[in-house]
Design a protein around this ligand. Sequence first.
Ligand code: HH2
Length: 281
Amino acid sequence: MPAALEAILNSHKNHQCFVMGVLNVTPDSFSDAGKFFDPCAGIEQARTMVSEGADIIDVGAESTRPGSERISPQEQIARLREVLPGLADLGAIVSIDTTRSEVAQFALDTGASIINDVSGGRDDPEMLPLAASYRAPIVLMHMLGQPKTMQADPTYKDVVGEVRQFLAERLEAAAGAGVPRDRCIVDPGIGFGKLLEHNLALLGGLGDLLALGCPVLIGPSRKRFIGELTGEDEPTRRVGGTIGACLMGYQKGASIFRVHDVGQVVAGLKVVRAIDSAISG
Ligand code: HH2
């Protein structure tokens, strides 16, 4: 396994951090709809994110915003076909944001090395076996319900405990399919079937997820809960709130940050880490 991938998979052990830049080749994503749908614009955006310090480019061809409709694997592949080869030589690791194994396989065959599955390997029974056969690291994320309906009335008794239990079960399922725990990354799924109070409890409770023994990834970037806290309706103006969530997430043990505003988040993390190392001498 390449050293950079190994470092990401060990990032929870030494509190390293990695920034994953979001590249949506979609016409309908919640914060950058259509902006990077054109392959040249998408590759240029990825190049910019890498120059700003992104370690990983997470490319996705299907929006999972609340209320969104699913699109077919063929349509996702058509959207990715011209973009993926252009990401291969940018110097970053590429991850594929999809819940469909055909799409993941196409991406792995075209230079991607991580699978980012927001369904935690539940949407497509072939996803975990695919990760096993390619020995590909996989992000297992928690989502309550499906994007179309997930924000209708999300209810939990103990959101941190329930998300932890879900992720523990998905890690077991992954192991059963041949994907060992040391190739998995867990994600509480900020905004996926969660109200403001749930997102805050999860960001504050990341330590409980870290106890699962895998790196924790968070994706708070520009999401609605930040708008609810700051009064900012326009997602692209939620950068300050995104940085706040990432820095607190880092303090609580997250080591991978999925964000749109790479340069600003990298700068924030640098400052917090410098203070941390000054304290610990
Ligand atoms: N959030 C989004 C998409 N993929 N993957 C992980 N692992 N964690 C997340 O929190 C996450 C994710 C939603 O954000 P975005 O891609 O910007 O929007 P859209 O789904 O509308 O394309």
